[in-house]
Structures are given as structure tokens and as C-alpha cells.
Design a protein around this ligand. Structure first.
Ligand code: HEC
Ligand code: HEC
Ligand code: HEC
Ligand code: HEC
Ligand code: HEC
Ligand code: HEC
Ligand code: HEC
Ligand code: HEC
Ligand code: HEC
Ligand code: HEC
Ligand code: HEC
Ligand code: HEC
Length: 288
């Protein structure tokens, strides 16, 4: 009994090793055909172009020009000879068989890489000859959360008006497309770039605004004109500061006077009046 188990284990190990080696060989052959050289003869499976008894991808491409072009430009790891996938071809006979039966199935080479729920491969990978470039099918649109769980959670946890959108309202056109905020919004100041927007606004929790210490006061002034002008006109030492010195990191943070000044006056004064502003007014003006 025990012996039997060890033998099967060894056998399994042997098989695994065999398949790994085969896999590596397969990959090596693939890689040689993935070279991005300009010469067509070399870009797709050179081994086939050199053997006369096999029809090369280029020859298939003389009639199937579109498919040849698709594989060549966006084929990714499917840039292998047509006949690796189409071992049989031109077998379709109308009336005698389904067209689909003349074509290979994903399952011949792939298992279920995204789990059992996502088993209808071509509903997302709409064009097998460009396996990673595809449009937004319904199946894809309703399944973003299956693979981007963290982002999905984020957008629901930090509720904004964006939380009511499907991901694909912003990520439109095709999978992987990243929008600019300016597609839908005006910047606060004209010279702001997309990089600025996402520095302050994490795209999937847009109201959790954080900003760098060096943010110019003019940026805050876009919305806080009064605070900006009061500070500038005060002629007190606070006027030399960045807004972010007293309102650091996270928007709406307000530091206390005593975070920087402790208790500068006699103990008696501070015991009598605990709110500095009662004598100093607000920090922006320092006058009552
Ligand atoms: C990685 C595997 C793979 C490679 C490489 C490949 N194909 Fe395909 N091809 C398929 C599969 C799978 C289908 C069926 C797609 C479906 O079910 O929608 C298909 C479908 C087709 C079809 C019929 C459907 C259509 O889009 O017209 C043609 C024609 C075809 N391939 C030609 C080619 C040619 C020519 C090449 C080489 C330039 C090639 N294929 C390379 C896997 C491949
Ligand atoms: C002389 C032109 C020509 C050449 C060369 C050619 N095909 Fe086709 N092929 C066609 C035509 C025409 C059809 C039928 C219309 C269609 O589906 O595009 C077809 C259909 C197919 C189909 C789908 C139907 C089926 O019966 O399989 C596949 C897959 C296919 N070709 C693969 C290949 C591959 C792989 C090569 C190269 C080894 C190749 N073809 C070379 C003309 C050609
Ligand atoms: C004849 C074998 C074969 C068939 C049939 C096949 N593939 Fe592939 N596919 C491969 C190989 C080999 C790779 C590269 C694997 C690797 O290197 O990890 C690959 C890679 C991919 C990739 C990743 C591409 C990239 O550039 O990273 C996708 C997506 C994919 N296949 C989808 C499909 C879908 C969907 C089908 C069916 C419509 C399909 N494949 C049919 C062999 C096949
Ligand atoms: C809900 C849509 C959807 C379905 C259904 C789906 N895929 Fe994918 N698949 C994707 C997306 C999106 C990617 C990521 C593409 C990228 O990296 O740009 C992907 C990536 C892949 C990759 C590349 C490996 C990786 O993880 O980066 C392979 C291989 C693949 N899919 C094969 C399949 C096969 C086989 C099936 C069917 C059993 C299938 N897919 C079903 C959407 C889908
Ligand atoms: C089957 C899994 C899968 C599904 C479904 C899926 N994605 Fe992806 N997505 C990936 C993978 C894998 C990548 C590439 C790896 C990465 O950059 O995270 C990717 C990349 C992206 C990127 C580009 C990331 C970057 O940094 O460039 C965006 C944007 C994106 N996906 C949005 C979406 C949206 C929106 C949906 C739904 C419409 C969706 N994805 C559905 C797996 C998936
Ligand atoms: C596809 C369009 C679209 C894109 C892209 C987009 N938004 Fe929005 N956003 C809206 C709409 C619509 C609203 C709600 C009405 C309004 O305020 O205009 C909104 C609201 C907001 C709000 C207020 C949220 C609330 O709950 O009050 C903020 C902040 C915001 N967007 C920031 C951004 C940022 C930053 C980006 C880029 C990372 C961005 N948006 C990208 C359409 C978009
Ligand atoms: C309001 C528009 C909007 C919505 C809704 C939205 N995104 Fe994004 N997404 C963006 C913007 C803008 C970026 C970042 C672009 C940049 O970095 O310049 C982004 C970036 C991404 C990235 C790249 C990685 C990262 O974290 O920066 C992925 C993946 C992504 N989004 C997936 C999703 C998914 C999944 C959903 C739905 C749960 C979703 N997005 C909803 C606008 C949006
Ligand atoms: C220095 C940080 C910062 C930068 C850079 C920034 N924002 Fe904002 N944004 C804010 C703050 C703070 C709010 C107010 C948030 C609140 O209401 O709590 C805001 C609010 C918004 C709103 C909500 C509606 C409104 O106008 O009050 C939108 C939309 C918005 N920003 C879009 C953008 C876009 C687009 C960019 C890039 C062009 C951008 N933001 C760059 C800090 C910034
Ligand atoms: C797009 C407009 C916008 C920009 C830009 C903006 N804010 Fe605000 N800020 C707001 C809004 C809206 C509020 C909330 C007002 C309310 O709730 O009464 C606010 C509130 C505040 C508050 C007060 C919080 C409180 O509890 O009273 C401080 C402090 C503040 N912002 C500092 C800043 C600083 C510093 C900057 C620049 C780095 C800045 N803001 C940029 C819109 C903006
Ligand atoms: C982020 C730190 C910080 C905060 C918060 C802060 N201050 Fe100051 N304050 C300073 C610094 C630094 C000076 C300049 C000291 C110097 O040059 O001697 C100053 C100067 C002053 C002065 C002298 C002004 C002048 O022009 O001579 C007064 C009065 C003052 N602060 C009161 C306050 C009050 C009241 C608050 C709260 C409402 C406050 N400060 C909050 C850092 C801060
Ligand atoms: C009873 C009124 C009163 C209270 C309460 C008070 N101050 Fe003052 N403070 C003054 C006066 C008057 C001056 C001298 C005039 C000036 O610089 O505005 C002064 C000066 C200062 C100065 C400048 C001192 C220097 O050496 O240049 C700072 C800093 C200061 N106060 C901070 C604070 C802080 C912080 C608090 C609260 C913890 C506070 N004050 C509470 C009345 C007060
Ligand atoms: C020396 C520290 C300091 C500086 C510099 C500073 N603030 Fe404040 N700010 C405060 C304090 C403290 C409060 C709370 C009210 C008070 O006690 O004075 C406040 C309150 C606010 C408020 C809410 C109350 C109101 O007046 O609307 C806003 C908005 C604000 N600051 C924006 C700004 C902006 C914008 C700048 C730059 C132009 C700025 N602050 C510079 C310390 C500062």
C-alpha cells in the first residue's frame, strides 16, 4: 500500500518534470517567433518558412490578409504559426458540419485561467487573433469586479457621485483604457494636468483629497479666495507660509495654534482665556 503510493508519487513527479520540459521547449520555440524584427520572414515562426512541406503563416496570409495583419500587430503570445492552432483547416463544408466545428477551441490549450465563472472565453476575448485587445462586451462590463476586487471595494466604500457609475463609463472604448479627468471636468486652474488631478484625487475615492506640501497657495485660492486674500493682506508673519503648512496632507485638516506655539504668554493669561483667537482673531489675519 505504502509502496504503491510512493511509486505513483514518483510517477507523478516524473510526469510533471516531463511536461515542464516540454513546456519550456514549447516556450523557447514560441519566443523565437515573437521577435519584433521588421522582416516578416523572421517575425512569425521562421521554422515554418524554412520548411517547404509546411505552409507558412505568410502563405495563409495571402488570402487571410486581415487575420495575418491582426496577429502580426496585436497577436501577443498568439504570434505563433497558424497551423499550431489550425492543425486542420479548410475542412468546413456547408450543410455537413457547423462552421464552429472546423475551428479550434480555447480549451485545447487553456484551462480556466479566471475561474469557473468566466468560462465563455470569446465573450470577452472577442478576437482570438488579438487575444489581449478587445472591446467592451456586456460580459466584460459586468465582471470588472471579478478581477479588480480592490478597486471595486474602494469605489463603493468611499461614496462619491462616481460610485453610481459602471467602471466602463470612465474606462470606455476598450479594456485597459485609462481616461483623463478632463474628459468630464474643468480643471480648477487652467495649467493643471492629469498628473496633478490624480495626485490630489485618488481616482476611485475622489473626495479623499490629499495634497503635497509644495502645493501653491493659488491652487487653494481657486476655491478659498477669501482665506487667500486675508492671509496675503495681513502683513503678519503667517503670510509667508504655504496654506499646507497649517493645513497639511489631507484636505480640511486644521492644525491648532498650540501645535506650533505651545503657550507663549504668562500661565495666568492662558488659564483665563484658553482660545487664542479671542485676542488674536483668525490665523489668516491675526487681528480681531
Ligand atoms: C493561438 C491559436 C490561433 C492562431 C495562432 C491562429 N488562429 Fe485562427 N482561430 C483560432 C481560433 C480559436 C478560432 C475560432 C475563434 C472563435 O471561435 O471565435 C480561429 C478562427 C479562425 C478563422 C475563422 C474565423 C474568422 O475569424 O474568419 C480563420 C479564417 C482563421 N482563424 C485563420 C487563421 C490564420 C490565417 C492564422 C495565421 C495567420 C490563424 N488563424 C492563427 C485560433 C488561432
Ligand atoms: C488561396 C487562398 C487561401 C489560402 C492560401 C488559405 N486560405 Fe483559409 N480560407 C480561404 C477561404 C476562401 C476560406 C473561406 C472563407 C473564410 O472563412 O474566410 C477559408 C477558410 C479558412 C478557415 C475557416 C474554415 C475552415 O474550413 O477551416 C480557416 C481556419 C482557414 N481558412 C485557415 C487557413 C490557414 C491556417 C491557412 C494557411 C495554412 C489558410 N487558411 C490558407 C482561403 C485561403
Ligand atoms: C493551439 C493552442 C492555443 C489555442 C487553441 C488558444 N491559445 Fe491562447 N495561448 C496559447 C499559448 C501557447 C499562449 C502563450 C502562453 C504563455 O506564454 O503563457 C496563449 C496565450 C493566450 C493569451 C495571452 C496572450 C498574451 O499576449 O499574453 C490569451 C488572452 C489567450 N491565449 C486566449 C485564448 C482564447 C480566448 C482562446 C480561444 C478563443 C485561445 N487562447 C486559444 C495557445 C493557444
Ligand atoms: C469577463 C471577461 C473575460 C472572460 C469571460 C475570459 N477572459 Fe481571459 N482575460 C480577460 C481580461 C480582461 C484579461 C486581462 C488582459 C490584459 O492583461 O490586458 C484576460 C487575460 C487572459 C489571459 C492572459 C493571462 C493573464 O492572466 O494575464 C489568458 C491566457 C486568458 N485570459 C484566457 C482566457 C480563457 C481561456 C478564457 C475562457 C475559459 C477567458 N480568458 C475568459 C477577460 C476575460
Ligand atoms: C479576467 C480578469 C479581468 C477582468 C474581467 C477585467 N480586468 Fe482589467 N485588467 C486585468 C489584468 C490582468 C490587467 C493587467 C494587469 C494590471 O495592470 O493590473 C488589467 C488591466 C486593466 C487596466 C489598466 C491598468 C494599468 O495600470 O494600465 C484598466 C484600466 C482595467 N484593467 C480596467 C478594467 C475594467 C474597467 C474592467 C471591466 C470593464 C476590467 N478591467 C475587467 C484583468 C481583468
Ligand atoms: C466619464 C466622466 C467622468 C470622468 C472621467 C471623471 N468624472 Fe468626476 N464626476 C463625473 C460626474 C458626472 C460627476 C457628478 C456631477 C458633477 O459633479 O459634475 C462627477 C463628480 C465628481 C466629484 C464630486 C463627487 C461628489 O460626490 O460630490 C469629484 C471630486 C470628481 N468628480 C473628481 C473627478 C476626478 C479627480 C476625476 C479623474 C480622476 C474624475 N472625476 C473623472 C464624471 C466624471
Ligand atoms: C469616474 C471615472 C472612473 C470610474 C467610475 C472608475 N475609474 Fe478606474 N480609473 C479612472 C482614472 C481617471 C484612472 C487613472 C488614470 C491615471 O492614472 O491617470 C483610473 C485607473 C484605473 C486602473 C489602473 C490602476 C490604478 O489603480 O490606477 C484600473 C485597474 C481601474 N481604474 C479600474 C477600475 C474599475 C475596476 C472600476 C470600477 C469598479 C473603475 N476603475 C472605475 C477613472 C475611473
Ligand atoms: C491641490 C489639490 C487638487 C488638485 C491638483 C485638483 N483638485 Fe479637484 N479638488 C480639490 C479639493 C480640495 C476639492 C474639494 C473637495 C471637497 O469638496 O471636499 C476638489 C474638488 C473637485 C471636484 C468637485 C466639484 C468642484 O469643483 O468642487 C472636481 C470635479 C474636481 N476637483 C476635479 C479635479 C480635476 C479634473 C483636477 C485636475 C485637472 C483636479 N480636480 C485637481 C483639490 C484638488
Ligand atoms: C475645488 C475647490 C477646493 C480646493 C481647490 C480646495 N478646497 Fe478646501 N474646501 C473646499 C470645500 C468645498 C470645503 C468644505 C466647505 C464646507 O464644508 O463648508 C473646503 C474646506 C476646507 C477647510 C475647512 C475645513 C473646516 O473644517 O472648516 C480647509 C482648512 C481647507 N478647505 C483648506 C484647503 C487648502 C489648504 C487647499 C489647498 C491645498 C484647499 N482647501 C483647496 C473646496 C476646495
Ligand atoms: C504650523 C505652525 C503654526 C501654526 C498652526 C500657527 N502658527 Fe503662529 N506662527 C508660526 C510661526 C513659525 C511664526 C513666526 C515666528 C517667528 O518668526 O518668530 C508665527 C507667528 C505668529 C504670531 C506673530 C505674528 C507676527 O507677525 O509677528 C502670532 C501672533 C501667532 N503666530 C499666533 C498664532 C495663532 C493665534 C495661531 C492659531 C490661530 C497660530 N499662530 C498658528 C507658526 C504657526
Ligand atoms: C489675552 C489675550 C491673548 C491671548 C489669550 C493670547 N495672546 Fe498671544 N499675544 C497677545 C498680545 C497682545 C500679543 C502681542 C501683540 C501681537 O503680537 O499681536 C501676543 C503675541 C503673541 C505672539 C507673538 C509673540 C512674539 O514673541 O512675537 C504669539 C506667537 C502669540 N501671541 C501666540 C498666542 C497663542 C498660541 C495663544 C493661545 C495659546 C495666545 N497667543 C493667546 C494676546 C493674547
Ligand atoms: C499659520 C497657519 C495657517 C495658514 C498659513 C493658513 N491657515 Fe487656514 N486656518 C488656520 C487655522 C488655525 C484655522 C481655524 C480658524 C482659526 O482658528 O483661525 C484656519 C481656517 C481655515 C479655513 C476654514 C475657515 C475659513 O476661513 O473659511 C479655510 C478654508 C482655510 N483656513 C484655508 C486656508 C488657505 C486657503 C490658506 C492659504 C491661502 C490658509 N488657510 C493658510 C491656519 C492657517
Amino acid at each position: 500500500m505504502f509502496l504503491h503510493i510512493t511509486v505513483t508519487r514518483k510517477l507523478k513527479l516524473y510526469l510533471v518534470l516531463m511536461f515542464s520540459l516540454l513546456g519550456i521547449c514549447f516556450l523557447l520555440v514560441n519566443c523565437s517567433s515573437l521577435s519584433t524584427g521588421e522582416n516578416d520572414e523572421n517575425t512569425i515562426a521562421p521554422e515554418y518558412t524554412q520548411q517547404e512541406d509546411l505552409i507558412s503563416s505568410r502563405e495563409c496570409g495571402q488570402c487571410h490578409t486581415e487575420i495575418f495583419k491582426m496577429i502580426k500587430t496585436d497577436g501577443g503570445k498568439h504570434r505563433i504559426n497558424c497551423r499550431r492552432c489550425h492543425e486542420q483547416f479548410h475542412t468546413y463544408q456547408p450543410g455537413k458540419m457547423d462552421f464552429q466545428d472546423a475551428l479550434p477551441e480555447c480549451a485545447t490549450c487553456h484551462s480556466l485561467p479566471h475561474g469557473e465563472a468566466l468560462d465563455k472565453c470569446t465573450e470577452c476575448h472577442q478576437q482570438v487573433h488579438t487575444p489581449k485587445t478587445f472591446g467592451l462586451s456586456t460580459t466584460l462590463t459586468i465582471n470588472c469586479d471579478k478581477c479588480h476586487q480592490e478597486i471595486d471595494k474602494q469605489i463603493k466604500t468611499f461614496a462619491t457621485q462616481h460610485s453610481n457609475f459602471y467602471c466602463s463609463i470612465c474606462h470606455h472604448t476598450k479594456h485597459g483604457y485609462k481616461p483623463e479627468c478632463a474628459e468630464c471636468h474643468q480643471p480648477h486652474l487652467e495649467e493643471m494636468t492629469q498628473a496633478d488631478c490624480v495626485t490630489c484625487h485618488p481616482p476611485h475615492k475622489a473626495l479623499e483629497v490629499v495634497y503635497p506640501a509644495e502645493t501653491a497657495n493659488e491652487v487653494c485660492a481657486a476655491c478659498h479666495r477669501l482665506a487667500y486674500e486675508t492671509l496675503n493682506n495681513s502683513r503678519r508673519k503667517h503670510a509667508a507660509f504655504n496654506c499646507t503648512k497649517c493645513h497639511p496632507d489631507k484636505h480640511q485638516t486644521i492644525m491648532q495654534c498650540t501645535d506650533c506655539h505651545q503657550q507663549p504668554h504668562d500661565k495666568a493669561i492662558h488659564e483665563n482665556i484658553q482660545i487664542c483667537g479671542q485676542c488674536h482673531g483668525i490665523a489668516h489675519s491675526l487681528v480681531l
